[in-house]
Design a protein. Structure first.
Length: 528
């Protein structure tokens, strides 16, 4: 953890003291207000349908899992302040992936050992011996596999729960995997049925490698193989994930996706999520692409530490993941209080064959549709007419879902501005000439807290060459996520606009574009 410790050591302590004083001065009054006017979860930048802790610092999502009719989300959490530190696993549960109920810290820092990122599994057949026999037919329990962190050493450890995740016990035999390394973290564990064993993939961050391990009881692990260096190596490798997905349009063929987060060295600067496509036989991952090729899961600046839910697949066939909607470059400075940190919306994953190759495709989890409220739908027309209709119908909001199908006409660029107000807006545009989609947040509102925050982030239109594009946009109080052409390109960016910047407006440049279709929904808050 050289990176974080050198960068955050002194400010962490100082900011922590400032945060404590600020909390004593203002936090209590915010709570007092909240009983009157429900101010908590109604703050200017408070995401209305993205997951945030009520207060304090959050980074990576950890160990998301579906178990006994509940989705569990754990996350890197500082129970004591609004800056990184005292890392523990925060916890929330949901019945629908949209409405979350906060639970007490699941796995706390203890004896100077912080609880870093990791995963959870359902131990269906009590392979670990941790499960109390709830019933002979189903002696299952939840097991968390996490990194224990001290300044000098990172090891892999277990904790287990026999009460649907409500309380956790750290395994007395911890650690279960110790390579005597300072950087060895973020274990993702899953059951590999063909070889009948648990497989762990964990990062050797500074070596730009991930290592695979196998186990039959989650307690004893043996090395299977290494992957890397490959792809992007300009920063440390963190938070790997590995899962199979069918390739759309290829008659049910399966490829394995190995997602590896990179910090710094992301495409847009700072933290970024890259992935590899290939085969995994239970021991070795073979990359199907040239070693130097980099594929990005997200072309925005704020999607990191992604991790997929365990065990949903068994229930409904979907592979769903989410990521931290921030970037280590400025996460410690974003102007939110009393919390800091937000998770992306959950996204269902698939693979699709394009002329450019097989690519990861992400689509917003369908459960989000339950938040849809007022709906406006416009058919084919020119941009000016559509803007007139939006004004007349007073279409605006700070929590919106927008589906916009655009036809380039003879324009060079077209798109939509969101969170628009006096002197500010965030532009989501299509450059038809470069065949790219971009999000420009250089004038999105509060950008001054860090010089690396403002910027324009672009990704390719897939397949290239089209004159039409479909944008599926999720706007919230402090973010925008854009799924282009059914999620073949995704751009996720944090934003900090003024509270009343809520207009939307279509535009085209150097010629006239048309809308083929425009749909807008106001999304209701998931926190009321
Ligand atoms: C990724 C990360 C992980 C680590 C955690 C610590 O953002 O650096 O590698 O486990 O955050 O909070």
């Amino acid at each position: 953890m050289d990176r974080r410790d050198s960068r955050m050591e002194w400010p962490r302590n100082r900011i922590f003291s400032i945060a404590v004083i600020a909390w004593l001065l203002f936090g209590t009054s915010i709570l007092a207000q909240s009983t009157k006017s429900d101010a908590l979860y109604d703050e200017t930048y408070r995401p209305q349908y993205h997951f945030t802790p009520a207060k304090n610092w959050m980074n990576d999502p950890n160990g998301p899992i579906y178990y006994k009719d509940e989705y569990h989300l754990f996350f890197q959490y500082n129970p004591f302040g609004n800056v990184w530190g005292h890392m523990s696993w925060g916890h929330a549960v949901s019945r629908d992936l949209v409405h979350w109920q906060h639970l007490p810290v699941a796995i706390p820092e203890e004896n100077g050992i912080m609880i870093f990122s990791g995963s959870t599994v359902v131990d269906w057949h009590n392979s670990s011996g941790f499960c109390k026999e709830v019933s002979v037919a189903e002696p299952s329990c939840l097991v968390a596999i996490y990194t224990g962190h001290t300044e000098k050493l990172q090891t892999q450890n277990l904790a287990y729960s026999n009460d649907r995740g409500r309380t956790w016990t750290k395994y007395s035999g911890n650690p279960v995997l110790d390579l005597h390394m300072q950087d060895f973290r973020d274990p993702k564990v899953f059951w590999h049925e063909p070889s009948h064993k648990w497989v762990m993939v964990a990062a050797l961050p500074t070596l730009h490698k991930v290592r695979f391990f196998g186990s039959t009881d989650l307690k004893h692990w043996s090395t299977l193989s290494d992957f890397g260096p490959a792809g992007g190596t300009a920063g440390v490798w963190e938070c790997p994930d590995l899962f199979p997905l069918p390739v759309e349009g290829e008659g049910g063929q399966t490829r394995w996706v190995l997602s590896i987060n990179l910090n710094p060295g992301g495409l847009a600067g700072g933290s970024g999520d890259q992935y590899f496509v290939g085969q995994f036989d239970g021991a070795t991952f073979v990359n199907a692409n040239p070693a130097e090729q980099v594929l990005w899961a997200d072309y925005g600046k704020d999607f990191y530490a992604s991790t997929s839910f365990s065990n949903i697949l068994a229930t409904d066939g979907r592979r769903i993941w989410l990521g931290w909607l921030l970037n280590w470059e400025y996460a410690g400075k974003v102007p939110t209080f009393p919390w800091r940190g937000v998770q992306s919306i959950p996204r269902a994953l698939s693979l699709k064959q394009f002329p450019e190759g097989i690519r990861l495709v992400q689509s917003p989890a369908k459960e989000l549709e339950t938040l849809r409220q007022d709906h406006v739908s416009l058919g084919e027309q020119d941009i000016a007419a559509a803007n007139g209709a939006l004004l007349a119908k007073r279409v605006r909001g700070d929590a919106l879902e927008i589906i916009a199908e655009l036809d380039s006409g003879n324009s060079a660029e077209a798109g939509i501005r969101v969170r628009k107000g006096k002197d500010e807006a965030t532009t989501i545009g299509v450059d038809w000439v470069k065949q790219e989609l971009f999000v420009d947040r250089t004038r999105s509102g509060n950008i001054a807290f860090d010089e690396k925050f403002p910027g324009r982030h672009a990704g390719p239109l897939l397949p290239a060459g089209g004159k039409r594009v479909k944008l599926h946009i999720f706007v919230d109080r402090s973010s925008v996520e854009v799924f282009v052409n059914d999620g073949s390109t995704v751009i996720s960016d944090a934003l900090f606009p003024s509270r009343d910047s809520q207009d939307i407006e279509l535009y085209s440049k150097n010629g006239e574009a048309r809308i083929v279709k425009l749909e807008v929904w106001n999304l209701q808050s998931a926190w009321r």
